[in-house]
Design a protein around this ligand. Structure first.
Ligand code: 4NP
Length: 155
């Protein structure tokens, strides 16, 4: 059966679309059967494409994310997805609060999957400079590689 993985940040226009893209690439590399999506805890950007700076860093790294559209996390996501992966600890706390009683998804912080980076956030680049988007790409790539490896090992 396919493992379903949802990445969640605040707006679903910067970090979680990048995590979705990095994880999709890694899953393809490893030949994993996975369903992948991303969402935001907030509702400000519903229906919007990724921030142009996020689309640009993805493109610089060979991935087109321009077709993605932001959506807000729903109670049903906790039933549909096996893993819901938060980009920072505020997102994780919000997810714990939103989780319905019958939600089966395992919640985690993306960088918790990376040795030596437990508890760290993928910093929000929204109010930052272009270089912050490069850092976010590096972070989501490290997290995506570690998570994909873990899923490939059957965890
Ligand atoms: P994201 O970035 O959570 O990585 O998508 C943000 C996008 C929008 C806002 C904050 C963070 N905002 O405040 O509108």
């Amino acid at each position: 059966m396919k493992t379903a993985v949802l990445f969640v940040c605040l707006g679903n226009i910067c970090r979680s679309p990048l995590a979705e893209a990095a994880f999709r690439r890694e899953a393809e590399r490893l030949g994993l059967e996975v369903e992948i999506d991303s969402a935001g805890t907030g509702d400000w950007h519903i229906g919007y494409p990724p921030d142009p700076r996020a689309a640009a860093v993805a493109a610089r790294n060979g991935v087109d994310i321009s077709d993605l559209r932001a959506r807000q996390v729903t109670a049903d996501d906790f039933r549909r997805f096996d893993h819901i992966v938060a980009l920072d600890s505020k997102n994780l706390r919000d997810l714990e609060r939103l989780r319905p009683a019958d939600g089966k998804a395992r919640l985690s912080l993306l960088l918790d999957h990376v040795d030596g980076r437990q508890g760290q956030a993928v910093a929000d680049p929204y109010y930052g400079e272009d270089s912050h988007f490069d850092s976010a790409w590096d972070d989501v790539t490290a997290g995506a590689q570690a998570l994909a490896r873990r899923i490939a090992e059957g965890e």
